[in-house]
Design a protein around this ligand. Structure first.
Ligand code: ARG
Length: 460
């Protein structure tokens, strides 16, 4: 039978199935370095206020450091008997330094300890994801830079709408990533509050200095309310929400890449470095990377939903339900980071836009129809009147199987006397894109400005 720190109060050992069911060591071992750091700060605080002696404080800090080394060297591999990472560390510490190890848990509970660990972990991971986002953004900018002069059909309802500059399209994803980055900064500010010293739920009679331990751990402040300190997982929900939005953005681009690489679109070809084949159809080259990103989006959403559901019925303060927070957070972190990495590789070296195909695509539709209406409106024809007239024009062309550019000047004039021979230039795709120079628009000059702004944002 396993001897737990709490075993004295019990008559019999845990049923082995229940021991397995209850244990979190299988996954919370990932928190170990944060747990050690948190415990070191706690020990220093205990020594500083005189709850333990200075030598005891030092012994604890050193012993914890030794466990860190053992863990890194692969020698510290606690099993089920430990229940969770917190007990595993305390037990090993006592083995290493003797009775002083038993003083570490003075004025502390696993409840404030685990809340602190998760926050320390998330703080680190948020910074890593933000760094990943920066690499992702730089990749989008580099790709956009290669395609300032490339045009691509722009869609609404997945129907051809107006042609756009390809760089503009790519920079739209830069903006999304920029918001994702900012959102994480905001989430970080709420993650960065220290629950350590909340105790089990009610605080502690010991004269602890929560400001001191919070400062040692570089938190911006200790939390204001001990009950809230051990119960709050809002920060985890917010993180999962930010993670979900990152996935939404990656998934939308993934969907586009999948469409673009289909034979029907043929806007891009995917390199052999990022594509896979079929076991039966010899001709196949499949866009597995964007498909997997699109698929993995669902599991991150699932974690967000799980976390919300986990919390909604919980009375204050700590409940064991909350042990379920960890796998959701860990998996979301791993998923988001691996998807950002894969998409970065995909865009950096896996995708080649097909300029010839794109050039003909933007020339062979009615996506210049708005420009015909704009042409007349600029000459004083009320826009709605011009719009209706162009509608008729499109209907006529469609029935004849021709495009607007195929109409002769005489026919243009027969529709409206204000058409002159500059109409041909006005509806050429390059012109249609170039004139949309309103702030944030797709005009080539605007996009150049946007590109410069994006680069500047990356430098700051
Ligand atoms: N393994 C637990 C968790 O992850 C640690 C906190 C346990 N606290 C308790 N009172 N049982 O939530």
């Amino acid at each position: 039978p396993v001897n737990q720190p709490w075993s004295q109060r019990f008559e019999t050992a845990l049923n082995p199935a229940i021991a397995r069911f209850n244990a979190s060591i299988g996954f919370d071992i990932h928190l170990i370095e944060y747990d050690l750091t948190g415990s070191q700060a706690h020990a220093q605080m205990l020594a500083k206020v005189g709850i333990i002696s200075a030598e005891e404080g030092e012994q604890l800090v050193k012993g914890l450091e030794q466990i860190r080394q053992e863990y890194r060297d692969g020698y510290f591999t606690p099993g089920l008997e430990a229940e969770d990472v917190h007990f595993a560390v305390e037990r090993r510490l006592t083995e290493l330094i003797g009775d002083t190890g038993k003083k570490l848990h003075t004025a502390r509970s696993r409840n404030d300890q685990v809340a602190t660990d998760v926050r320390l972990y998330l703080r680190d991971q948020i910074q890593k994801i933000q760094a990943d986002l920066r690499v992702w953004q730089a990749t989008l900018v580099a790709k956009a830079e290669q395609h300032i002069d490339t045009m691509i059909p722009g869609y609404t309802h997945l129907q051809r709408a107006q042609p756009v500059c390809l760089a503009h399209h790519l920079l739209a994803y830069f903006e999304m990533a920029q918001r994702d980055w900012q959102r994480l900064t905001e989430v970080y500010s709420r993650v960065n509050i220290c629950p350590l010293g909340s105790g089990a739920l009610a605080g502690t009679p010991f004269p602890i200095d929560r400001h001191y331990s919070a400062a040692l751990l570089e938190f911006s402040a200790p939390g204001n309310n001990s009950l809230d300190g051990v119960s709050d997982r809002d920060f985890a929900v917010e993180f999962l929400c930010a993670a979900s939005l990152i996935m939404v953005h990656l998934s939308r681009l993934s969907e586009e890449v999948i469409l673009w690489s289909s034979q029907e679109f043929s806007f891009v070809s995917l390199s052999d470095r990022v594509s896979t084949g079929s076991s039966i159809m010899p001709q196949k080259k499949n866009p597995d990377v964007p498909e997997l990103v699109r698929g993995k989006t669902g599991r991150v959403f699932g974690h967000l939903q799980a976390m919300l559901t986990l919390l909604k019925g919980l009375p204050l303060a700590y409940n064991k339900d909350m042990q379920e927070d960890k796998e959701a957070i860990f998996d979301a972190v791993i998923t988001v980071r691996s998807c950002l990495e894969a998409m970065t590789v995909l865009i950096a070296e896996g995708i080649e836009f097909q300029p010839t195909r794109l050039t003909s695509a933007v020339a062979e539709d009615f996506s210049n129809a708005t420009d015909v209406a704009d042409y007349l409106a600029a000459k004083g024809v009320p826009f709605r009147e011009a719009y209706n007239l162009v509608g008729k024009l499109v209907k006529t062309c469609t029935s004849e199987g021709i495009l607007l550019k195929d109409l002769s000047l005489e026919r243009w004039k027969s529709f409206h006397p204000k058409f002159e021979d500059d109409i041909f230039a006005a509806i050429a795709p390059t012109q249609v894109v170039a004139v949309r120079n309103s702030y944030g628009g797709t005009g080539f000059d605007q996009v150049r400005l946007q590109l410069e702004a994006a680069k500047k944002a990356l430098q700051s």
